[in-house]
Design a binder for this molecule. Structure first.
Ligand SMILES: C[S@@+](CC[C@H](N)C(=O)[O-])C[C@H]1O[C@@H](n2cnc3c(N)ncnc32)[C@H](O)[C@@H]1O
Length: 287
């Protein structure tokens, strides 16, 4: 386990993932019934951008740093409501006008949840798992586990609230992780078919992603939406050229929100005119 998210916190992949997760949580909050957020590969939960690994790589400067904080132009007016939940979670960690800390998915979810909602975060790396335990040590609404994420996924479903979002965000260190994702989705949905699932993936070689899309389409799930952002043309397929999110049972109108956000992300986070985006329904019709 070499991957440490601290080197990548706040990068363009995090922006797409976290802005979408925030919109999903806001959707769940429209009803008073409690919901549960399950984060199977959680990281440490909160990152310092001006210190340690994130400061070394500065990946966040091509991510959240272009959207929020002292060096960022404000987003266009019409996108402000769509970015508001995501930015609210970032604002919660920073002094006014600053961008020094960045919430990972656990902290973002925790900031946006209500009193009746629950969060389960799971992280296998011993040190990162411990940091996560410390972060939520006195929090009765959050449970921290240190299991293999795929085992956690099976054992935590269905949640007792029967409503919620499951984020599956593995590090893709091992070959075959995309196949594992498709298998994990099949097993998870057999236990909790009505959950909202967000599965993050990196895009190096787009041909590999097409094969993955075929594999998940073959699962015969009802509503599968894909959002992808390419920051450059994939000429060198050893680089992280883009990022994708596979969404099962996305909330009503999330596709329209992403259709508005993706061109903005491509223009702000991309490397010039070669940046691109796409939003496709692999199965199911738009609402
Ligand atoms: C991409 S990061 C997670 C980032 C986090 N979800 C966020 O958005 O802030 C992936 C995490 O999975 C952890 N990990 C690696 N293998 C795992 C496994 N088998 N089970 C659970 N976690 C694992 C890594 O230590 C790493 O912290």
């Amino acid at each position: 386990m070499n991957y440490r998210h601290a080197y990548h916190a706040g990068n363009f992949g995090d922006v797409l993932k976290h802005a979408t997760l925030a919109l999903v949580i806001e959707h769940l909050k429209q009803k008073p019934a409690p919901f549960r957020v399950i984060d199977t590969h959680a990281g440490v939960g909160l990152y310092e951008l001006d210190n340690g690994p994130a400061e070394k790589t500065e990946e966040w400067r091509q991510g959240i740093g272009r959207l929020y904080g002292p060096d960022a132009k404000p987003p266009p007016k019409e996108l402000v409501p769509l970015l508001a939940p995501y930015f609210a979670a970032v604002t919660a960690e920073n002094a006014p006008g600053e961008l020094r800390r960045y919430p990972g998915s656990p902290r973002l979810a925790r900031t946006l949840m209500r009193q009746q909602d629950r969060l389960i975060v799971n992280e296998l790396h011993p040190q990162d798992g411990l940091a996560l335990k410390e972060l939520f040590a006195r929090d009765a609404q959050t449970k921290v586990l240190q299991l293999d994420g795929w085992i956690a996924l099976k054992s935590l479903l269905p949640p007792k609230e029967r409503r919620g979002v499951i984020l599956v965000d593995p590090p893709y260190e091992q070959p075959g992780e995309l196949e594992r994702l498709a298998k994990g989705l099949r097993e998870a949905t057999s236990r909790f078919p009505t959950g909202i699932y967000l599965l993050w993936y990196p895009i190096k070689d787009p041909r590999v992603i097409e094969t993955f899309h075929k594999a998940v389409t073959a699962l015969n799930l009802q509503k599968l939406l894909v959002a992808e952002l390419m920051i450059r043309r994939p000429r060198d397929v050893t680089r992280l050229n883009g990022t994708g999110l596979l969404m099962l049972n996305p909330p009503y109108r999330l596709d329209g929100m992403l259709a508005a956000l993706l061109p903005f992300f491509a223009s702000r986070l991309g490397e010039g005119p070669d940046a691109s985006h796409r939003l496709i329904w692999l199965t199911g019709e738009p609402d």
